[in-house]
Design a protein around this ligand. Structure first.
Ligand code: RTP
Ligand code: MG
Length: 140
């Protein structure tokens, strides 16, 4: 399979605990390469726009306030089958359901403060990458 790109966020619960290196090590160890990276503090408008697909969900307000509660690291990851591979390494949304050895099983604090985000499909990956990065910030 050809190289694929996906979009990743190390969430505020991980930056707060100073474990971003541990989280990113899991991604690199799975064969994913960081080809763009920056530390940002999302605005309310950015978080609402990024998670617009969830705006009718009961947890939307909480999710926006969590994602703006501290800095995050947004990244573009590249690798073979990167989208599925990243989701596999992340584990299930709820850490209680996440497979042993996954990032969320080992690091997440709760279903909301679950340490990482990863795109779920090629279309969303492309949109999410464009939401945070310009072409010249991505060095493949
Ligand atoms: P993500 O988008 O962050 O990679 O995670 P995901 O696909 O596994 O989960 P998704 O259903 O897209 O939900 C997005 C994020 O919303 C928070 N969430 N809170 N309180 C709740 O019931 C609840 N459910 C989801 C999590 O931070 C989840 O990652
Ligand atoms: Mg999702």
């Amino acid at each position: 399979m050809a190289l694929e790109r996906t979009f990743s966020i190390v969430k505020p619960d991980a930056t707060k605990r100073n474990i971003t290196g541990k989280v990113i090590d899991r991604l690199e160890s799975a064969g994913l390469r960081v080809i763009a990276s920056k530390r940002i503090h999302m605005t309310k408008e950015q978080a609402e726009g990024f998670y617009a697909v969830h705006k009718e969900r009961p947890f939307f307000g909480e999710l926006v306030s969590f994602m703006t509660s501290g800095p995050v690291i947004v990244q573009v990851l590249e690798g073979e089958n990167a989208i599925a591979k990243n989701r596999e390494v992340m584990g299930a949304t709820n850490p209680a359901d996440a497979a042993p050895g996954t990032i969320r099983a080992d690091f997440a604090e709760s279903i909301e403060a679950n340490s990482v985000h990863g795109s779920d499909a090629p279309e969303t990956a492309a949109e999410e990458i464009k939401f945070f990065f310009s072409d010249d910030e991505i060095v493949g």
